[in-house]
Unconditional design. Structure first.
Length: 223
């Protein structure tokens, strides 16, 4: 895996009235991935968007769409998000009865599969699927809302998963409370893909924000 830091701009913090333009703006500002949080009001206490919105914003960038499904059950919706333009689809350990089958389905649709852990999910829950994923997403807040505070206790989990990944070509992604103060902490722990919403969108200078996040993480010498 490259030592480069990936910045995934979470459009949960974007202006939804001009979502397509916001996607184009963070693309031009230097974001590597566009992170799209899908919430159902059941698995997490919020509702965001469905596959039709993903399809509508797909023409605004060629950057990878990193679609994070916080829905349960997830399997009935995977194909719809793949068809809508997802390049990566992440499902949670407990969002369906058969995690391995969900990951196989994602891969069969030509999409890169990932698995996510909430703060209460132990790293041991993904040991048996590490050879089936392209990325692991560690939630560093409780999923459901943007703008929450980083949970420092998740650093131990990030370090443990980095050791589990070893030399496999798997991105270790973190999401939740990521800004210039916390980026070095997660990078030092072994994360190489940083999801940030308010850290990218706050203040309006997206390019400066993305550059600051990347520099802060790189300063920690990420694995």
């Amino acid at each position: 895996m490259s030592n480069d830091i990936v910045i995934a701009a979470s459009i949960l913090s974007a202006d939804f009235a001009r979502l397509g333009e916001e996607v184009r703006a963070v693309d031009e500002a230097g974001a590597d991935w566009i992170h799209i949080d899908i919430m159902d009001g059941h698995f997490v206490p919020n509702i965001t968007m469905g596959p039709n919105v993903v399809r509508a914003i797909r023409p605004y960038t060629k950057k990878p769409f990193d679609v994070h499904l916080m829905i349960a059950p997830c399997d009935p919706f995977i194909e719809a998000f793949a068809d809508a333009g997802a390049d990566m689809i992440t499902v949670h350990v407990h969002a369906g009865p058969h995690l391995d089958r969900s990951l196989q389905l994602i891969r069969s649709l030509g999409v890169r599969p990932g698995v996510s852990l909430t703060p209460s999910t132990p790293e041991s829950a993904i040991a048996y699927v590490l050879d089936k994923v392209d990325h692991v997403l560690v939630m560093t807040v409780n999923p459901g809302f943007g703008g929450q505070s980083f949970i420092p206790g998740q650093l131990r989990k990030i370090r443990a998963i980095r050791q589990m990944i070893s030399d496999r070509p798997i991105h270790l992604e973190v999401d939740g409370g990521i800004h210039v103060q916390t980026a070095p902490l997660v990078a030092e722990a072994g994360a190489n893909a940083l999801v940030s919403g308010s850290g990218v969108f706050d203040g309006g200078d997206y390019a400066a924000n993305i550059r600051a996040l990347r520099d802060a993480a790189m300063s920690a010498g990420a694995a």
